[in-house]
Design a protein around this ligand. Structure first.
Ligand code: DAH
Length: 352
């Protein structure tokens, strides 16, 4: 409380200064400017008027104006500090420290990728390296270089989308572009770039005009394998692939090789593993056969080595191709391949 000043025009200011303590933030700002503004504030005006006063009033009037000005400044500072403190307090109350924390979803590796990684890892352990090739291929790499004769019926299962784009200049053979139907063309690309000895696995996506049903997908993964060196024989093929089957499916796994046909291998084979559910007796999982097909393989055809610029008299090789999604389905008893494409958390969480 400020005592009456003895100057009636200044006494009128006393209630105004007292009211500062109750102002909200916006009116405080306005009142500060009105009273204390450097250029046009009320106190500046009053102090300027001192000069025109008669000498006997000058001293006490001036001193009183200064005293009230200091009081007003102190009141503004105090009110501002009080408002700031209240705001900080309110902000603190907005944070509810008893609320449960926000759950952070931690992802896992998709079962398909986990199987690819594991298979690639087994071959890495045998000294294989990893290569990839383009998903848009030329007809030559996808078929011609792999010894598919033009219009051969083996191409029927390899129907795919052709890409309507200008082929690159200087391509070998038929440069028409298509979505590759298998990873085998990567064999040619690797052999063109790497002189033997070559030991490589080549994972990647392939495309075919297949329905999207429990056992087919129009886009699926393959892992291709290739070993080319001097004196590679079918024994190397059998031993390596049997080792792979035992590493992946378990040490007791029984394998068998059946004759088959692929244009790019001669001889060609399928490798089966004995059904682990019925131990070969025959059950619904192996469709009563006692065996499950795992991959196709064979000795690299001399024409394929020649396509890649190698001399089939000097080097030989073996190759395989497998579908890691089919393998994941067998291992985890997944009955519908579409499950692997859907991203359904109820399924995927089981593989974390
Ligand atoms: N490329 C074949 C396919 O997609 C799979 C395959 C079979 C690859 C035998 C090979 C192989 O390398 O030797 O049906």
């Amino acid at each position: 409380m400020i005592e009456p000043t003895g100057h009636s025009e200044l006494d009128a200011l006393l209630p105004r200064i007292a009211a500062i303590a109750g102002l909200d933030a916006d009116t405080l700002e306005a009142e500060q400017t009105a009273l204390l503004g450097r250029k046009a504030g009320l106190f500046t005006t009053l102090l300027r008027s001192v000069a025109d006063l008669p000498i006997e009033r000058k001293r006490t009037f001036g001193a009183t104006v200064n005293r009230l000005k200091t009081a007003a400044e102190a009141a503004v500072d105090a009110r501002r500090a009080a408002l700031d403190a209240a705001a900080a307090q309110a902000a603190r109350r907005d944070v509810d420290l008893t609320m449960p924390g926000r759950k952070r979803a931690i992802g896992g590796i998709h079962p398909t990728n986990a199987v690819v990684d594991e298979i690639v890892g087994i071959f890495r352990g045998l000294g294989f390296s990893v290569a990839t090739g383009p998903e848009i291929e030329t007809v030559w790499y996808n078929f011609g270089a792999l010894n598919f004769p033009p219009d051969h019926p083996a191409m029927d299962v390899h129907d795919t989308l052709y890409v309507d784009a200008a082929p690159a200049a200087g391509e070998q053979g038929d440069p028409t572009l298509l979505l590759r139907t298998h990873t085998s063309p990567v064999q040619i690309r690797v052999l063109q770039e790497t002189p033997p000895p070559v030991r490589v696995v080549m994972p990647g996506m392939v495309y075919r005009k297949d329905p999207f049903d429990p056992s087919h997908a129009p886009a699926f993964l393959q892992i291709e394998g290739l070993a080319v060196d001097t004196d590679i024989t079918f024994v190397d093929l059998k031993a390596t692939l049997a080792h792979f089957a035992r590493s992946f499916f378990g040490a007791q796994t029984v394998v068998r090789f059946r004759p088959s046909f692929f244009p790019f291998t001669e001889p060609s084979a399928e490798m089966d593993i004995q059904c682990r559910l019925c131990a070969g007796k025959g059950c619904p999982a192996c469709k009563g056969t006692g065996w499950m097909e795992i991959l196709g393989c064979g000795m690299v055809h001399p024409n394929v080595l020649a396509s890649a610029g190698l001399d089939p008299e000097q080097v030989s090789g073996w190759a395989f191709g497998m579908g890691p999604q089919r393998i994941a389905m067998q291992r985890y008893d997944i009955r519908d391949i579409r499950t692997l494409y859907e991203g359904d958390m109820r399924v995927l969480e089981q593989f974390r």
